[in-house]
Design a protein around this ligand. Structure first.
Ligand SMILES: *Cc1c(COP(=O)(O)O)cnc(C)c1O
Length: 559
């Protein structure tokens, strides 16, 4: 235990589908990161919150209205309850925190302990027991309570558990930045001493995405934990968690090269590097492809860069592995919706959080044109959750569901929306679709990772040039782009119409002709998705970059 050097803090971590303590990309990235650290035998411990009710379970009514219910799961099935409890002072009274441990075991048996903090203790008031109940629920006051438990409670818990030689505290997004307050108290209130120990990853390319709190609320909730110079390090008028994290870190990074540029533009006073995201290869490679890689690329799990050799796999075997996974998806669609999707039809998948900037309904901009191009030639499968308070996001879901219904009834096009997007459905979709669609408003997709999962299963991406796809797209070789290159680093008003026109144009002139009339070309693109994308956009490569650039403290210059 004493050898562990780095503590990884994240508000959400998605390790497995039966530990539903995540909402989307941030959590999946964190989970995949820890799996790769375990495979690489890196000396890392992780901290997050337990969320006994998860995020939420999504049901969609016949009219397309999202209905939410609580997740129900039992941590005791997968984790062990630890002995130590730590006491926090929140709103001027005691709040006790206990911890559960999940052991993330790597390929060679190395364990990354993942600590889940829990305030559901009889010692606590009911409102404090609820702090770790549900992810991203409640108002700003609930949010700051959760972030105090994560940051300050997490740092205290690590100490209580005996992690005393930590050289690096990694804040995965600003949610954990209150840990710097705890470190300040331990280190004689010396900013420089804290800065030497902290690193930060930002995931948000829009100013509104960064957590901010009124100082009145901060004072009320954090009280004695608030350092006297908080306005110098966290923002003059309101406490901004990103500014705090940036000010207190020796190293900071964005999650794709473009996102690094966008972040430097947003925070010009800071040095912000970029480490492009990845996915955990063994987790997101479907069984038929695992068998194929085991046959042709032994050692790919420990060293996914080897997937670069995928172009030597015979076309027929790539195609038949894909057909196995496609059949699973089509069977699931039939089971859940009653719709029969023909296996020989080009099937396009789209699944992500239903935030408006992701433009889940862009495909339906010009219905007549869509139907003219795709009738009998393409079918579409959608999934995604909207945050319970995201009214416009829910409206996007409603629109997709209702358009799907109309197109189906008029016998024009097959479109389905699958409920309750989670890790299992994500795996099914990114392996079973023929092409993976993504069309966010540039440059708001910090990285995006579902397309990397698709690439691991030889499913080419068809995406707006944003996030990782700027780096991964070789037109007509690894997949296809939509719209113009992303030259801008500021928020701009994208033209929905221009992007939609390009989407239709590519469907009509590139995807559909290649899929039906040029099978060797399609197989070539499938193989290059693996060889050129999966070999790079995996968390093994990413974690090695973190170990080298972020987790290795720079030597202090001697005057
Ligand atoms: C991979 C994944 C995401 C993130 O995908 P993006 O492309 O970044 O939107 C979100 N939710 C689930 C369930 C996932 O598996």
């Amino acid at each position: 235990m004493s050898k562990i050097e780095t503590a990884y803090f994240s508000m959400e971590i998605a390790l497995r589908n039966d530990i539903p303590t995540f909402s989307g990309g941030l959590g999946v990235l964190a989970g995949d990161t820890l799996k790769s650290f375990a495979d690489l035998a890196a000396p890392v411990v992780a901290v997050t919150l337990i969320y006994n009710n998860g995020y939420f379970v999504q049901n969609i009514s016949k009219d397309g209205v999202q209905e939410e219910s609580l997740a129900d799961w039992d941590p005791a099935r997968t984790m062990k309850l630890l002995g130590p409890k730590v006491e926090l002072c929140i709103e001027n009274h005691s709040v006790w925190v206990r911890a559960w441990q999940y052991d993330q075991k790597g390929l060679t048996g190395h364990i990354v302990p993942v600590i889940f903090l829990d305030t559901n203790l009889v010692e606590n008031y009911p409102e404090d027991r609820a702090i770790t109940q549900q992810l991203y629920s409640g108002d700003n006051s609930m949010r700051i309570h959760q972030e105090v438990v994560l940051g300050i409670g997490g740092a205290k818990m690590l100490e209580a558990l005996g992690y005393r030689d930590l050289k690096t505290y990694h804040m995965n997004e600003g949610h954990a930045a209150f840990l710097t307050f705890e470190l300040l108290a331990r280190l004689d209130w010396k900013d420089e001493a804290v800065r030497r120990r902290c690193v930060f990853t930002t995931h948000t390319p829009v100013p509104a995405g960064h957590d901010e709190f009124d100082y009145e609320l901060v004072q009320r909730v954090l009280g004695v934990y608030t350092p006297w110079h908080v306005r110098d390090i966290a923002g003059r008028d309101r406490l901004n968690m990103t500014v705090l994290a940036l000010n207190m870190s020796r190293y900071a990074n964005g999650v794709a090269q473009k996102h690094g540029e966008v972040s430097r533009r947003m925070f010009p006073d800071f040095d912000i590097d970029a480490i492009t995201n990845g996915v955990h290869s063994a987790t997101w490679t479907a069984p038929a492809f695992q068998a194929l890689y085991d046959k042709y690329i032994p050692g790919w799990r420990a060293d996914p860069e080897k997937l670069a050799a995928a172009d030597k796999i015979p076309d027929a075997e790539i195609v038949s592995a894909h057909n196995v996974e496609k059949a699973k998806l089509l069977a699931y669609i039939q089971e859940k919706t009653g719709e029969v999707f023909a296996p020989e039809i080009l099937t396009v998948g789209f699944a992500r959080r239903a935030a408006t900037y992701k433009r889940g309904d862009l495909l339906f901009t010009d219905l007549e044109r869509l139907v003219n191009i795709c009738r009998g030639k393409a079918q579409f499968v959608f999934a995604g959750k909207a945050h319970p308070r995201d009214i416009p996001g829910k409206e996007v879901i409603r629109r997709i569901v209702n358009i799907a219904k109309k197109l189906r009834l008029e016998n024009k096009l097959k479109v389905v929306f699958l409920e309750n997007y989670d890790m299992a459905l994500g795996a099914l979709l990114t392996a079973g679709a023929d092409a993976w669609l993504n069309n966010p408003v540039r440059p708001r997709e910090a990285s995006g990772t579902s397309g990397m999962k698709a690439a691991h299963n030889a499913v080419p991406n068809f995406s707006v040039l944003d996030g990782w796809w700027i780096e991964g797209c070789v037109e007509g070789v690894t997949g296809w782009s939509i719209g113009p290159p992303a030259t801008e680093n500021d928020l701009i008003e994208n033209s929905n119409d221009a992007d939609a026109r390009d989407l239709y144009e590519k469907l009509e002139k590139a995807l559909i002709p290649a899929y039906y009339n040029d099978r060797p070309r399609w197989a070539y693109i499938m193989k290059n998705a693996v060889a050129k994308n999966a070999s790079v956009f995996n968390t093994h490569r990413m974690c090695k970059e973190y170990l080298r650039k972020s987790y290795t403290p720079k030597p202090v210059a001697v005057a």
